[in-house]
Design a protein. Sequence first.
Length: 336
Amino acid sequence: MNMKERFIKALKGEEVDKVPVVSVTQTAIVELMDKTGAAWPEAHSDAQKMADLAMASYTECGLEGVRAPYCLTVLAEAMGCTVNMGTKNRQPSVTDHPYPKGVENLQMPENLLAQGRIPVVLEAMKIIRAKLGDDVPLIAGMEGPVTLASDLASVKKFMKWSIKDQEAFQTILDFSCDACIQYANALVEAGADVISVPDPVASPDLLAPETFGTILKPVLQRFADGVNAPMILHVCGDVSPILEMMADCHFASISIEEKVKDLAAAKTKVAGKVTICGNVSSPFTLLSGDEAKVKADSKKALENGVDVLAPGCGIAPDTKCSNIRAMVTARDEFSA
């Protein structure tokens, strides 16, 4: 069973010889930027550097998959958001929004896939696939429709609409979902095996669980149904109040943080619907812990039945490569 076969089977809940170890969220760290000569912010906009940095988490850290790009602003920028490209250890962020006044003038960019950095990401997918062949899984990351909608309108306006103007709220969500489907399928055509979708604005920390169930879930279901590849849904924070609804969103798997305290109970809640990726803490274990803590937390996740061992959220850029390797070592020891 090669890495790609193992990962795809694990996502689908099928039997595997050992639990795969990957990151379905952000993978770039400064140590790898220095080693490859492919650093942020240049690696966000240069296909070769993006590919080189992404592959380093596999070749240097031992993760059993390659994941790119490194932010949640590619589609937002292509659709009219202004983006600050960040620094060597800070991700890009949206700074201005095209539709803060309303949804009356929503307009999909002509030839969306040619806009902004989308061609760079698609080219990076092709480079990675050509370099690594078909035995290593290629995971493409992108913002989800809820987060994209909030970027287009501004988070403040989006939250206001969720309470006071649900027609506008639904309209911009549907508009964003259409764009997400188009971009995700382009990533698949460029070589991605799996689409990983962090959608942090869908968190119960920001939107009520009732809103997730009645409005967000149908949008996420349409997104998942429209994409020709297995999908992973990541929502930040303690998603316990929406866990079972996430499992109904038609994604193959869900990614959860360590803030979901009882992984075994979470597994029971979603059994038969989705698998779970996670939930080794990115800030408290991988970034600030030592190798012993990484191994201990990794083995705890494995004991509690995680289907794919992974960081609970995006890897912090200042994380040590040795700590990422320790996750793989922990899996090997656990399997043995």
